[in-house]
Design a protein around this ligand. Structure first.
Ligand code: 2BA
Length: 109
């Protein structure tokens, strides 16, 4: 069994949820925040059999798009002064950042 952690953009989360339900994958959605942009994103935790892993990755890939995002300057009061940029920055935010972890045990009580 594997645990797939996928960080995706909020805009894709409804579509991905629906695709996962349709194909019978079970998932947990967490509201998360990107460390760089400090903008909201969504993290999916999905437990799956090894045999379904490739299909799951395909679904994530098909339902999450990368987009250009213009980042407004961050106030140094809101965080570390080291991270402060006075100019807007354009970054390409990926469709999905995916981690695949082995699961030692799985229980439902
Ligand atoms: P953020 O950390 O807000 O990063 C958003 C986008 O900003 C990144 O897109 C990347 O294009 C850019 N970026 C991030 N750190 C940067 C840096 N130090 N210098 C220049 N540009 C930088 P993605 O790479 O597609 O990442 C999208 C989101 O996925 C990230 O949001 C973060 O929440 C998560 N993520 C990405 N890599 C991760 C990792 N190794 N571990 C944990 N979470 C990760």
């Amino acid at each position: 069994m594997k645990l797939v952690m996928a960080v995706i953009q909020d805009k894709d989360s409804v579509r991905l949820s629906q695709a996962l339900i349709k194909e019978n994958f079970r998932a947990t959605k967490l509201a998360s925040t990107g460390g760089f942009l400090r903008a909201g994103n969504t993290t999916f935790l999905i437990g799956t059999d090894d045999t379904q892993l490739d299909r799951l990755l395909e679904i994530i890939k098909d339902n999450c798009k990368s987009r250009e995002q213009l980042v407004a300057p961050m106030s140094p009061l809101g965080g570390s002064a080291d991270a402060y940029s006075p100019y807007p920055v354009e970054v390409e935010v990926g469709g999905a950042t995916v981690f695949v972890l082995p699961v030692e045990a799985f229980h439902q009580f």
